[in-house]
Design a protein around this ligand. Structure first.
Ligand SMILES: [Zn+2]
Length: 173
């Protein structure tokens, strides 16, 4: 009957009475109360440890986040610097290439002009080097003279120096 009466009392009420120093307890009750007290202290210590570790983990994560953010910002700055350098180099190369292209165009123009002048000069030498028009051969754009006063001269292909040397030999003979 006494067991049934105990079971009918709510658990919380039983624990309150067990832990209440004013409530008279037998040896068994005192042992149980001490055990409960020890366990509650242990639980409190473990909870304190848990909170401390939780806080530390939180600090570490916060520090990690800050580090990641700083690293990202640093990298973004570096990327911006590299992009600026790239743009600067691109501009330098562009102007260098444009300048070279202009120089090449000048050379081409100059060469075209010199070739035209060279052709006119060869034609003039061919026609006026002193032999009669009948000894000149000029088919298909050729400019030759084979009249025998001098060695055969190709006014179109030989160097000006060689042509002048051949004509000089003629004058001496
Ligand atoms: Zn001739």
């Amino acid at each position: 009957m006494s067991d049934q009466a105990s079971q009918a009392t709510p658990h919380d009420t039983l624990m309150e009475r067990l832990m209440d120093s004013r409530v008279a307890k037998n040896e068994l009750g005192h042992a149980a109360a001490r055990e409960v007290e020890d366990l509650r202290e242990l639980i409190a210590e473990l909870e304190a440890d848990r909170d401390e570790w939780r806080n530390r983990a939180c600090e570490i994560m916060t520090g990690h986040d800050a580090l990641v953010e700083r690293t990202i910002k640093g990298q973004q700055r570096r990327i911006a610097e590299l992009e600026a350098e790239r743009d600067e180099l691109a501009d330098e190369w562009k102007s260098a290439i444009e300048s070279k292209a202009a120089a090449v165009n000048d050379w081409v123009d100059q060469r075209t002009k010199l070739e035209a002048e060279n052709k006119r000069m060869r034609e003039w030498m061919w026609v006026n080097h002193g032999c009669g028009v009948r000894s000149l051969y000029g088919d298909d754009g050729e400019m030759q003279c084979n009249n025998g006063k001098h060695r055969p001269i190709d006014f179109k292909r030989e160097s000006i120096t060689d042509i002048l040397a051949a004509l000089a030999d003629t004058e001496e003979t």
